[in-house]
Design a protein around this ligand. Structure first.
Ligand code: ADP
Ligand code: MG
Length: 726
């Protein structure tokens, strides 16, 4: 075994690792623990008076407004339930624009004249909290003298108990807004977008003869990819600690070339972690379902069963926190970064989504009869139109400095937003665009008219992994979101752009029907119109091929490979009109989000730049120079003794050292630049166009040194060690 002292220690620690004692009993039925720590509907039903429960249920299930009068009763029942389960504190949980989860904890205990006593947990405490909001990003929404922010109970996402060996906490999911009521979080606009989508989806349903349609909601199922590495390596890599990704690391002799990891047997230690994590997720009512190895060594995936988008989003955040916590218990660290290892497959978070309601079910499910299919095609066409009109916003909704490493690089879906429909459905839409479906690829001849559209396959047999937005049989899969991000942002954009399309389509159909056009004829002509105008977003080919970039440009589709190109999509009149028309974000709120995204981008790049500078200056350059000195001493000694000397190694190291010193000087100078008058956009541009190339130059010099410096001097754990030793 080779490697520097620090690396050897890390490897020793991994080898000597002892798995924690098992935490479950083999007789435990999974059903017993599912939702055990959730103030669920079932719990509420047993603990709340019937009228209160009925009123709450109307809000949760049917999107009826919350009656504040119920809060006192619910708060008291919630508190009793939590205290019975060992809770000593409660926390309003919210989702600030950092994309992380924030919690404000308060004790149930309150000192009074006679000593401490259990505090009241009144309705108003449940309904509203007041965390000091000054340190959360607000993009100018809150003046510094007005630091207050408010959290407000989101009744549609159930409260739960967060366990800790030292005491439990009742967690209440909330929205987070400024004192003026403007959104400072991801949840508020998601809930608003959900409402907007519902209004217009219901209009369509009414046109199809469903007189009093149930509330239409969007559903989301996220597939979370992640890497696991041993904690000893994690702590031995300052770059991972500061940036979540390796800023250095030469390509290992064996990477993922053999594809021998994908769906392979899960290592026992990892399986132990997964079982433990899933058990914790189950207790929190998170339906973790699928697990498997991913493409890269050390990479895995977990996919919970889909839920209503708002709940799925909260659960997704909780899933990340839980996985990180449980991994640490097992001596490992979860990496959610989109590209922790250069040259190795990155991690995404595919968001599967559909819309539906209690009456009609999944509206993106091709139906069993032609009438249902017409309705399905209308909803599907609305998605097509939405993605075509607002592909730029979709791209912007997944823009982050870390996701730039996936999108735009030739691995994950390309940065061009197109839709994959599968051959049969694409063919049906093609025919609609050309004047009506008259035949289906598989089935025989059909008579003109939407009523005669054939049964569509419930399972789209064909899969296209290269498309950022793919129809997969009864849902769409948005593949561009990154592994570390909240799914609330993308879901909010999807709901909003869908609301607009449904609004436009409903308007056209309503007008046609009012003018006396027969409904089926109206549907046929609206579908044809939509496909003629927006069909160019459909692409069933290989999204990775260079030809697609050219073709996409000819079709007028945007290609926005980096954040700097994507984020300004939030800063257009079109975006402002869209988000304000549907009541999702007013102009100030939208501007603040754009501002925060730029700040976050500039901040993460500059952290990477500083970390690169520090680690390379204090650990890597010294290692290379030490080896260089050894080689110099060796060369001098050999010459003095009259031996022949081969300069290859010394040349390689000396050139590498010079390269690195030059690159470091460049990076240091770039970091010294400080422009106080610069806007957030200027800062972001500076980060993207000046800092990133300098970071890359340092890395290139370091990685080539790693290949020539003596291994026992190299201070950082190598890619091979981190990815393979688990
Ligand atoms: P894949 O084959 O794409 O890897 P997975 O089984 O890993 O599929 O994940 C599929 C995800 O899609 C799961 O989260 C699943 O619950 C979700 N899903 C399934 N049906 C729907 C639907 N109708 N709406 C939204 N999400 C769905
Ligand atoms: Mg999957």
């Amino acid at each position: 075994m080779s490697g520097s002292a620090a690396r050897l220690k890390a490897i020793d620690a991994v080898v000597g690792y002892q798995a924690p004692l098992e935490r479950f009993s083999p007789t435990e039925a999974p059903g017993e623990i599912f939702g055990q720590n959730v103030f669920s509907k079932a719990v509420m039903q047993t603990r709340l008076p019937k009228p209160i429960f009925t009123s709450l249920l109307a809000t949760i299930e049917h999107s009826k407004p919350l009656d504040p009068a119920v809060a006192d009763v619910v708060a008291s029942a919630m508190k009793d339930w939590a205290i019975e389960r060992g809770a000593t504190h409660y926390a309003h949980v919210f989702y600030p624009l950092t994309g992380l989860t924030a919690e404000k904890h308060d004790s149930f205990l309150e000192p009074d004249a006679s000593g401490a006593s259990m505090a009241e947990f009144a309705g108003k405490t449940l309904l509203q909290g007041e965390p000091d909001a000054s340190s959360f990003p607000n993009g100018g929404l809150r003046d510094t003298f007005e630091a207050r922010g408010y959290t407000g109970w989101d009744v549609t996402s159930p409260a739960y108990i967060l366990e800790n060996p030292h005491g439990n906490t009742l967690c209440i999911p909330t929205v987070f807004v400024s004192w003026t009521g403007e959104a400072l979080d991801h949840k508020t606009p998601l809930l608003r977008s959900q409402q907007a989508m519902n209004v217009h989806a219901q209009r369509i349903l009414r046109l199809f003869g469903h007189e009093d349609p149930a509330a239409v909601v969007s559903f989301a199922g996220a597939e979370q990819e992640y890497f696991l590495i041993d904690r000893s390596f994690y702590f031995a890599r300052p770059d991972l600690l500061s940036s979540g990704r390796t800023l250095f690391g030469a390509h290992p002799p064996k990477g993922q070339e053999f594809d021998d990891h994908y769906f392979g047997a899960i290592p026992e230690r990892v399986l132990g972690f997964m079982l433990d994590a899933e058990r914790e997720l189950f207790k929190l009512g998170i339906p973790a379902k699928t697990r498997h190895n991913e493409v890269a060594p050390g990479q895995f995936e977990i996919a919970p069963v889909f839920e209503k988008a708002n709940l799925a989003s909260d659960h997704q955040q909780l899933l990340m926190v839980t996985m990180r916590r449980v991994a640490q218990r097992h001596g490992m660290e979860v990496l959610f970064h989109e590209k922790p290892f250069a040259g190795v497959n990155g991690s995404g978070k595919h968001v599967n989504f559909s819309i539906g309601n209690a009456g009609q079910g999944n509206l993106l499910n091709p139906g069993d009869n032609p009438h249902d299919n017409a309705q399905f095609l209308v909803f599907c066409a609305a998605v097509i139109r939405a993605v075509h009109r607002h592909g730029g916003l979709l791209r912007a909704s997944v823009a982050s400095s870390s996701n730039d490493h996936r999108l735009g690089a030739n691995e994950a879906p390309p940065a061009i937003m197109s839709i994959f429909l599968g051959d049969q459905l694409a063919d049906v839409f093609d025919q609609i665009a050309n004047g009506g479906a008259t035949s289906s690829k598989e089935r025989g001849t059909l008579v003109l008219g939407v009523d005669t559209i054939p049964d569509l396959p419930a399972d789209a047999g064909d899969r296209n992994r290269t498309s950022p937005f793919a129809f997969t049989g009864n849902r769409f899969e948005f593949r561009a979101p990154g592994a570390s991000q909240s799914i609330a942002g993308p879901m909010m954009v999807i709901n909003t752009i869908l609301a607009e399309s449904l609004d436009v389509i409903a308007g056209k159909l309503e007008a046609a029907v009012a003018a006396g056009t027969e409904f089926n004829v109206a549907v046929q002509s609206v579908l044809a119109e939509i496909m003629a105008a927006h069909g160019s977003v459909v692409f069933n080919g290989d999204g990775y091929s260079p030809g697609w970039h050219t073709e996409a440009a000819e079709r007028g589709l945007l290609n926005l490979p980096t954040c700097l190109e994507a984020l300004p999509q939030f800063d257009t009149d079109e975006a402002r009109t869209l988000f304000s028309t549907y009541g999702v974000l007013n102009e100030r709120e939208l501007a603040s989000r754009y501002e925060v995204a730029l700040e976050q981008y500039a901040l993460s790049v500059s952290v990477e730049a500083r970390s690169t500078l520090e680690v390379a200056t204090t650990a890597l350059l010294p290692a290379a120079i030490r080896y260089q000195s050894e080689l110099v001493a060796n060369a001098t000694g050999l010459k003095a003794l009259g031996y022949e000397h081969d300069p290859t190694s010394l040349d390689a190291v000396s050139n590498g050292v010079l390269e690195l010193q030059k690159a470091l000087a460049g990076l240091r100078a770039a970091l010294a630049h400080d422009d106080e008058d610069a806007t957030s956009f200027d800062h972001a541009c500076y980060a993207g166009t000046t800092l990133i190339p300098k970071i890359r130059a340092v890395r290139a010099a370091v990685d080539s040194l790693e290949d020539v410096v003596a291994d026992d001097l190299w201070p950082l754990a190598t890619y091979q060690e981190m990815l393979v030793i688990l």
